[in-house]
Design a protein around this ligand. Structure first.
Ligand code: ADE
Ligand code: ZN
Length: 322
């Protein structure tokens, strides 16, 4: 069996970031929004660097306006992921993009997303769970409103809180209130750290937010004490190699630290982040990793076992994918 055909667990996927450009273009057409500056002639998203990527991301997201739009998006994403052999996926959902951070509006969006996901679970065999995501560059006050949305809807389906956005803005600890609120509501915690921020950002995430997973975390490789800490605490990294290469963190996959992190005993998993933005898919990530580092079926099975163990869903759901 090719490693690309293995059943896959994906822990780090942004809901809006997974939107196929053709789908966003169609919505823009229906809503008479001009997106010609962000979708290139060849139909792909166009951006120059990380901050520009975040701007393009938000411009594309602006055409997703109603619960029905998010229901259609959810179906498109799950068809795409199921085709890649993904059997379980956690996606980052932002109440800031679904109802402007208002709890009542968020509930309506969430209901539309969840209904679509449960239908896909039945007819495509893929399980989706949601992680509510504060957007870091919207600031700590907005993050509190987002965490309140998360706390109000925490349960079997909304399973975590995970901050994304511009890691260059402020400190992880500025968001401690939002993370504490989510933890008290029973949610599991992750945050983007060690992507565009260095090892200090990962230390802060562990110390100030007490997260059990880290989005990316790859720059931990620059600090051997931090590696020891990640291993000791059994923190799982949601590594997105293709994303890191396209966003210029590493010149090529050969220089990416995923294999060194794994060999040092860090719990690593593989995800796509925002697949159409980074011209990637889960199959492509697996293919590139096996070509570059010689990883074989047993390596990928171990990787998926780690991902299933680190998933935020309940044990009964985990048992269905392990
Ligand atoms: N939001 C969507 N993709 C992201 C990334 N790679 N880093 C931070 N925030 C994001
Ligand atoms: Zn991400």
């Amino acid at each position: 069996m090719s490693v690309m055909d293995l059943p896959k667990v994906e822990l780090h996927l942004h809901h809006e970031g997974a939107a196929p450009p053709a789908f966003i273009r169609q919505l823009a057409f229906e809503k008479k929004v001009d997106l010609s500056r962000i979708i290139a002639d060849d139909g792909s998203y166009a951006f120059e660097n990380f901050v520009h990527f975040l701007q393009v991301y938000e411009a594309a997201t602006s055409v997703l306006q109603s619960p029905e739009d998010f229901a259609r998006l959810t179906r498109a994403i799950l068809e795409q992921s199921a085709e890649q052999g993904v059997v379980y996926c956690e996606s980052f959902l932002s109440p800031d993009f679904c109802g402007g951070g208002d709890v009542a509006a968020w509930r309506e969006y969430l209901q539309a997303i969840q209904e679509t996901a449960l239908k896909a679970e039945a007819d495509l065999g893929i399980i989706l769970r949601g992680i509510v995501t504060p957007v870091r560059h919207f600031g700590p006050e907005q993050a509190k409103r987002t965490a309140l949305c998360a706390a109000e809807t925490a349960g079997d389906w909304i399973v975590g809180l995970g901050m994304g956005g511009d890691e260059g803005q402020g400190h992880q600890g500025d968001f401690a209130y939002a993370f504490d609120m989510a933890r008290e509501a029973g949610l599991r915690l992750t945050t983007h750290a060690g992507e565009f921020g260095g090892p200090d950002s990962v230390w802060e995430a562990i110390r100030d937010l007490n997260v059990e997973r880290i989005g990316h975390g790859v720059r931990a490789i620059e600090d051997s004490k931090l590696i020891e800490e990640l291993v000791a605490r059994q923190i799982t990294l949601e590594v997105c190699p293709g994303s890191n290469v396209v966003l210029g963190l590493y010149p090529s996959l050969g220089e990416h630290p995923i294999a060194r992190l794994r060999d040092a005993g860090v719990r690593v998993t593989v995800s796509t982040d925002d697949p159409p933005f980074f011209h990637t898919t889960m199959r492509r990530e697996y293919d590139m990793l096996s070509q570059t580092f010689g990883w074989d079926e047993s390596d990928f099975r171990a990787l998926n076992q780690t991902a299933a163990e680190a998933a935020f869903c309940d044990t009964a759901t985990k048992e269905r994918v392990m």
